[in-house]
Design a binder for this molecule. Structure first.
Ligand code: NAD
Ligand code: MG
Ligand code: MG
Ligand code: MG
Ligand code: MG
Length: 342
């Protein structure tokens, strides 16, 4: 750990900072359902806030939870958690803002709207973040298995002096302190999240895969071979990173692969690519990306829709769909093996 990292565990949390309160979970998607169910199982009074026509209402009721409109839920609650999609949050906030009383808390699982001033919570309300570093179904599954999901904690505003204790108790109630909760800020969480998904995790890796695939196919190699080498094998490599870092991958591949990778990797991600990364980071830091994405949403997502369509029509998707169907036996095999409760 870096010298200045603060990590919290179960012992750092006092449950009554959250069990004494009513929590309104707004949204019942990936994170919402997991937070609501884990909180309820931890003895917290939970109300799920969903608008009248929401298709999630039945699901939340069937799971045994109390359901109200976002406004009613916020009126009832001491702590309001924003777990609707980030692009929808500003409108939901407008709807519930009048129900936030002095001393209440507005919580988030991602800092975008607060950091880029799309939501301006009242000065007398605590503003905090507990962000599990996992999709919601794992947050729920780990909790039910008695395990935890690592998470982030951030305090944007501590109006009551109790914001950190309350956030920690919330993190404990959804299982995060079982695994460890790292303290960050809204700014750091938002900017590193956006940079990571743009430069490395979503943008960088897909561009690298497509670039490798196209290079091989244009040189006359078969699309099937190009798919296996540039996309399919990515999972094996990433699994090794996940288990044991870069070292585990380097140790597991052949010496030839290791030497080739060590000598040629920096030729691919060269100074020019590093400069591009710097540019991406600047666009995140100065708000240019946020402004572009907000305007794109206001315009009905024309560029997003068009790019998404083009991505789905890339040759690699066609050959991939055919090849993956050859592996259908592997999934059927997995279906027959017992799974932990979903
Ligand atoms: P989601 O898309 O899975 O679910 C959102 C839910 O909000 C829907 O199921 C529905 O109940 C409700 N909803 C959808 N559209 C709505 C509308 N127009 N009006 C009102 N309600 C609507 O969202 P998510 O992925 O759980 O994201 C929630 C928050 O958690 C976001 O801030 C996100 O950045 C953050 N987060 C997500 C993950 C993840 O892995 N999914 C991880 C960490 C943090
Ligand atoms: Mg209230
Ligand atoms: Mg409070
Ligand atoms: Mg993100
Ligand atoms: Mg190979």
């Amino acid at each position: 750990m870096s010298d200045n990292a603060t990590i919290y565990y179960d012992d750092d949390a006092q449950s009554d900072y959250i069990t004494d309160k009513t929590v309104a979970v707004l949204g019942y998607g990936s994170q919402g359902h997991a937070h609501a169910l884990n909180l309820a199982d931890s003895g917290v009074d939970v109300v799920v806030g969903l608008h009248e026509g929401s298709s999630s209402r039945d699901a939340a009721r069937e799971d045994g939870l109390r359901v109200a409109t976002p406004r009613e839920a916020a009126a009832d609650a001491d702590v309001v958690v924003m777990l609707v999609p980030d692009t929808v949050q500003p409108a939901v906030f407008e709807d519930i803002a009048d129900e936030l009383e002095a001393g209440n808390t507005l919580m988030f699982a991602h800092g975008f709207n607060v950091h880029y001033n799309q939501i301006r919570p009242p000065e007398d309300v605590d503003v905090t973040m507990i962000a599990p570093k996992s999709p919601g179904h794992l947050v729920r599954r780990n909790f039910e298995a008695g395990e935890g999901t690592p998470g982030l904690l951030a305090i944007y505003r501590d109006a009551t002096g109790e914001a950190r204790q309350e956030a920690l108790a919330y993190a404990q109630a959804i299982g995060c302190t079982r695994a460890g909760v790292i303290e960050t800020s809204f700014r750091e969480e938002t900017e590193t999240d956006l940079f990571g998904e743009q430069a490395v995790l979503c943008g960088g890796i897909t561009a690298l895969i497509k670039g490798g695939y196209e290079t091989l196919v244009e040189a006359g190699y078969s699309p099937e071979m190009a798919y296996f080498e540039c996309l399919n094998e990515m999972k094996l490599i990433v699994d090794l990173f996940y288990e044991g870092g870069l070292a585990e991958m380097w140790n597991s591949v052949s010496d030839t692969a290791e030497y080739g990778g060590l000598t040629r990797g920096e030729e691919i991600v060269d100074d020019h690519v590093r400069e591009n990364m710097q540019g991406i980071l600047e666009g995140v830091q100065n708000g240019e990306f946020a402004r572009e994405w907000i305007a794109e949403n206001q315009a009905g997502r024309p560029s997003y829709t068009q790019r998404r369509q083009a991505e789905m029509e890339h040759d690699i998707e066609e050959v991939g769909a055919q090849l993956r169907s050859l592996f259908a036996w592997a999934e059927e095999e997995a279906d027959r093996t017992p799974k932990p409760p979903a």
